[in-house]
Design a binder for this molecule. Structure first.
Ligand code: CTP
Length: 399
């Protein structure tokens, strides 16, 4: 049985939370409620305890069960956090990472998806600060069921009325389905640059930060996939639960990709693999006084081309990236055909606003049939979601 956490905060529409809870249960979902202290001034936590069949959590201290820390253990069990109704205050706390009560602490502990249904008066909802907080959370991957226009508790018509329980349940159930849409699938993601040594201290590399690949690995994990992340050197913390294989050179990355290919359903080559390496790498640091006048460089092996010749699972979906500085669409399409890919993610890396090192990106998704989707400028987390949606489509079509 799936377990979700329902966060309930102190909006006048709090009474609708009871119906939302019931409706999730009707769908076979177990619900644990967390209330804010202010919410308990409007409705007793005992009502939610009775409806949900488990004790409503309010206080951060005093909720420990044995030696487990309640917010941490619950975070591991929950498949979804729904906050309905959500006040401007809780949205602001989530957006800034304040963790000063059970619900806000819980939010900072979860890896599962988060769905927020705001409800407040129109002035608060339309306030630029609230809108900025919502935008920020969206960029971090939080989902919203936005309020509608209607009769509000302050006796005026306006924006801010909680979305209908129907809409909230539908979105919640859709997110729950997504949380296991890659179950039993093995996804290998490569990320970051490679480093090709000249000697023990110098190397040839590129500006890839690895952010896009790490976001893709995290997104595949959120969908229940088994993830192998083959990473060149980056400054990033890998997503929990991924099997991480660290490599330095293109040759090492090629070896690990081929080794991990059997049994793999999806290969995403997000790494910016160096196309060149030094002809030879000196075992000791090369001294200025006896440095050669010229150093030779040679091509590295193209991993995606190599994958075609390796033993691979029937139905393997191969996704490549194209880093371009001009004629993005045409160059990417040529790479898709040449490397026999199912999908290519093309980005223009000449812009400082997106691409290398940035948290943002704007890409074209081009599939084998020539269908092109322009994502527009989004965070790399949002883009990773669109790429995974597309990969799921391709998987379905192939199998
Ligand atoms: N790639 C690879 N092996 C390499 C170089 C690149 O598998 N030795 C993969 C990348 O991971 C990416 C795709 O090929 O998914 C395209 O990489 P890109 O650098 O854009 O293109 P290249 O094939 O290197 O071509 P060019 O440098 O001419 O643009």
């Amino acid at each position: 049985m799936k377990k979700i956490v329902l966060g309930v905060t102190s909006s006048i529409s709090i009474y609708k939370a009871c119906e939302i809870l019931r409706r999730f249960q009707d769908n076979g979902i177990q619900v644990q409620v967390i209330m804010t202290r202010n919410a308990t001034r409007l409705i007793s936590p005992q009502l939610f305890s009775a409806l949900s069949g488990c004790k409503t959590l309010v206080d951060l201290f005093g909720e420990d069960d044995g030696d487990r820390i309640a917010h941490v253990s619950l975070a591991e069990e929950a498949s979804l956090l729904v906050v309905a109704p959500a006040t401007a205050n809780i949205i602001a706390k989530f957006a800034s990472g304040v963790a000063d009560d059970f619900l806000s602490t819980f939010y900072t502990s979860v890896r599962c998806r988060v769905l927020i249904a705001p409800a407040m008066n129109e002035a608060m909802y339309l306030h630029p600060q609230t809108q900025a907080n919502i935008r920020k959370l969206r960029g971090l991957g939080v989902e919203f069921v936005l309020p509608e226009k209607g009769y509000l508790a302050c006796k005026e018509e306006g924006w801010g009325r909680l979305a209908t329980p129907n809409e909230i349940i539908e979105r919640g159930m859709e997110l729950l389905r997504k949380s296991e849409s890659l179950r039993r699938k093995r996804i290998v993601v490569t990320a970051g640059p490679t480093r090709e040594p000249l000697d023990p201290v110098r190397f040839l590399s590129n500006r890839s930060s690895g952010k896009m690949g790490y976001e893709l690995a995290a997104e595949a994990l959120r969908r229940g996939g088994e993830v192998v992340l083959i990473s060149g050197p980056t400054a990033l913390i890998p997503p929990a639960k991924a099997t991480v294989i660290n490599v330095q050179t293109a040759a090492e990355m090629a070896r690990e990709v081929y080794k991990n290919l059997p049994g793999t359903d999806v290969l995403v080559m997000a790494a910016a693999v160096s196309d060149f390496r030094f002809e030879s790498a000196a075992p000791q640091k090369i001294k200025k006084s006896n440095a050669p006048a010229k150093v030779g460089i040679v091509r590295t092996e193209d991993i995606l081309t190599g994958v075609r010749r390796k033993k691979r699972k029937k139905g393997l979906v191969v996704v490549g990236f194209a880093a371009e500085t001009e004629d993005v669409r045409r160059n990417a399409l040529a790479k898709l055909r040449e490397k026999e890919l199912e999908l290519i993610v093309a980005n223009d890396v000449s812009s400082r606003e997106t691409g290398f090192e940035s948290d943002f990106n704007q890409v074209l998704l081009i599939d084998k049939r020539g269908v092109v989707t322009d994502t527009g400028r989004l965070t790399k987390r949002e883009i990773s979601r669109l790429i995974m949606d597309k990969i799921e489509d391709l998987l379905e079509r192939k199998n």
